[in-house]
Design a protein around this ligand. Structure first.
Ligand code: PRX
Length: 630
């Protein structure tokens, strides 16, 4: 492992206004951390008690390495905490959700309205035969119905599996079939940059080899030429809920019952269905929405992520709603109709907390300060970042241009698997640009060697978590072996798969993945998935893909392809391969570059050495090549 990272950066820090910490829910970070260390179970017990349980849990945790159970015997329903208790108490007419479409149309839901819609959809799903434990796939654009559908599933104990709307038919099929979904909820189109992009035909193709699917619910948005509904299988979203009551008792869920499955790319083979449970996930997302983001009663909170990713699950939907926050959702892309659209929304809605991704920040940097400069951003008080390392240049730009040098920046490190924030710089703590921070109270994070021993500051190592936490994944759906691997790779630790380094203050800088995942614009793409999509094309014999550093996206995908005999390299074939990947996996997984090659570097056992390809591509030393088959 490389040593002696440049920790000079650590000398440069920003000390925020102390009032941020004094007025925050958490208060002093060191004190809160010490309290957690003194008695972890008492710490989590205190937080869990702030939420409503139909029946109290008998124990906080049972840890049977590598299996954890949290809030044992506790009964609850996350939607009760996200909706009922706000409606019963003082937030009945508080705005829960502000949605804005591309053409500036708006839909606003108070907590009462959202509550009623969720219960109607819950009853609609019941009418279709969905019951507790059934899986429902949600493949929708960023519209209120996407969130409502998630909450409706949770209401009746159905397990949702949300698939990001940018995935193609094959990727969608493997996720629907993998979870054996009974119902799929989708829409006719998504609107993007002034155009409508059809979605329904992707579902039609994706369910051909998914025999578990009994119904497809279609939200029809196109008014002028409504898409046809095939009655044998499909039903219109609003027809489904036309005659149903807006009352639906919450299903009583055990804390350890599954809440949802969310697929994430694996470094090998098929994507992994990460399983989260009702109790622990609820406590973890509530705790962090409250204590990391410090959401208060009057905040207008905007997380720009799609609910189709974990960031959207935890920090568009469940975390902030469990706190009774006002959330913002938009279908807009950040640069359409112009690069000021986000900043205009901040001004118009009076956004106070903004949570976005480094790739978006770097794009805004490129587009120039004049765009944010046109709008009044003075309502902002906290800025967040997630998905990939926030490099110091982007940190400084975000801090100065958007935060006007007064807003703390929360660079939050976490994963689909962790469910909640794990590492960040808590409000009021000094910020070191480039370093995400330390484990939050409740999380024991470290940088270790392959034996699980801490490495000193300045020495690179593996990022690892030493203790279980409530919102940790419980298993990989139908593949518990892959779950155990997380805890069996580094002795005594949950291995996250990232490389990291600490500075002298103990802050952690995340350097990137240690495995075959590529983080493109904050999205995890498995090399294996892209390679098998390429190889499924008739002209391709073999393929290898690598991540290549990129100024805006963090990484782009570069593919190396060996053609089958009888096929010759051409630009036309290149485009055909790109199109093939787009249709199979979706636009997010498309390579930016394809090289046709005659051979690929392999080990003697036939494993492709992507590391060698990458080093060559970047003009670097490939390191140890003793296993390379010449
Ligand atoms: O490599 C890390 C990177 O994203 C991975 C997790 O991806 P995913 O499960 O899709 O969840 C993304 C949103 C939580 C991590 O293993 N990552 C995430 N946040 C950061 C990050 N890398 C550096 N800094 C971050 N703040």
């Amino acid at each position: 492992m490389a040593e002696d990272f440049d920790v000079r950066l650590a000398e440069k820090n920003y000390v925020p206004d102390p009032s941020y910490q004094q007025n925050s829910w958490l208060g002093d970070y060191q004190k809160a951390y010490a309290e957690f260390q003194k008695d972890p179970d008492a710490f989590w017990d205190r937080i869990a008690k702030e939420l409503h349980w139909f029946r109290p849990y008998s124990r906080v945790k049972e840890w049977n390495y590598p299996y954890a159970k949290w809030f044992l015997d506790g009964k609850t329903n996350i939607t009760y905490n996200c909706l009922d208790r706000h409606v019963i108490n003082s937030r009945r007419n508080k705005v829960a959700l502000i949605w804005r479409g591309e053409d500036d149309c708006e839909r606003i839901y108070t907590y009462r309205q959202l509550f009623r819609e969720v219960m109607r959809v819950a009853n609609g799903l019941k009418k279709l035969g969905v019951t507790k434990g059934d899986r429902v796939c949600i493949y929708m654009p960023m519209v209120p119905e996407q969130i409502i559908s998630m909450l409706a599933c949770a209401r009746i104990g159905a397990v949702h599996s949300v698939v990001f709307g940018g995935f193609g038919a094959a990727a969608l099929n493997s996720r629907i079939a993998g979870a054996a979904a009974k119902v799929v909820i989708t829409a006719d189109v998504t609107f993007r940059r002034g155009k409508s992009i059809p979605l329904k035909h992707i579902i039609e193709e994706a369910i051909i080899n998914a025999p578990s699917v009994e119904h497809v619910v279609v939200l029809r948005r196109e008014q002028t030429q409504p898409v046809e509904i095939h009655k044998e299988m499909e039903i219109d979203f609003y027809d489904m809920i036309k005659d149903v009551k807006a009352e639906c008792e919450p299903e009583v869920m055990d804390a350890e019952d599954p809440l949802f499955i969310l697929y994430t790319s694996g470094s090998t083979g098929a994507p992994k269905g990460i399983v989260h449970t009702c109790g622990g996930y609820m406590v973890g997302t509530y705790y962090t929405a409250k204590n990391v983001f410090d959401i208060k009663e009057n905040d207008v909170y905007w997380c720009t992520a799609d609910p189709g990713w974990i960031t959207g699950h935890s920090y568009v939907v469940y975390g902030p709603l469990s706190l009774g926050a006002t959330i913002v959702l938009t279908e807009s892309t950040p640069d359409f109709p112009d690069p000021g659209v986000y900043w205009r929304m901040v001004e118009e809605f009076g956004v106070t907390i903004l949570y976005t991704a480094p790739t978006a920040i770097r794009m805004f940097m490129k587009l120039g300060e004049e765009w944010p400069g046109k709008y009044n951003l003075s309502t902002l008080r906290i800025l967040g970042s997630v998905g990939e390392p926030l490099n110091p240049e982007a940190f400084e730009w975000y801090y100065r241009v958007i935060g006007k040098s007064k807003c703390p920046i929360l660079d939050t490190w976490w994963q689909t698997e962790t469910g909640m924030h794990m590492i960040t710089t808590m409000l009021g703590e000094p910020m070191y640009p480039g370093f995400a921070g330390k484990g939050i109270p409740g999380v024991v994070a470290d940088v270790v060697d392959k034996d699980g021993k801490s490495v000193p500051p300045g020495t690179g190592g593996f990022l690892a978590i030493r203790e279980p936490w409530p919102s940790m994944l419980r298993t990989v759906y139908n593949d518990d072996e892959r779950y155990r691997k997380y805890w069996n790779t580094i002795p005594g630790c949950y291995a996250v798969g990232d490389l990291a380094v600490k500075n002298k203050a103990g802050y952690i800088m995340v350097l990137g993945r240690s495995d075959d995942l590529i983080v493109v614009a904050g999205h995890n793409i498995g090399t294996a998935e892209v390679e098998s999509a390429l190889v499924s094309h008739k002209a391709v014999a073999e393929a290898a893909v690598i991540g290549k550093p990129d100024d805006v996206k963090g990484n782009i995908i570069k593919a190396f392809v060996i053609l089958r005999v009888g096929h010759t390299p051409s630009d036309k074939l290149k485009n055909e391969l790109l199109y093939h990947v787009r249709i199979t996996l979706g636009p997010i997984a498309m390579p930016s570059e394809i090289d046709f090659v005659a051979t690929l570097p392999k080990t003697r056992s036939g494993k492709i050495m992507r590391r060698v390809l990458k080093a060559k591509e970047m003009g670097m030393d490939p390191g140890d090549v003793s296993t390379l088959d010449e």
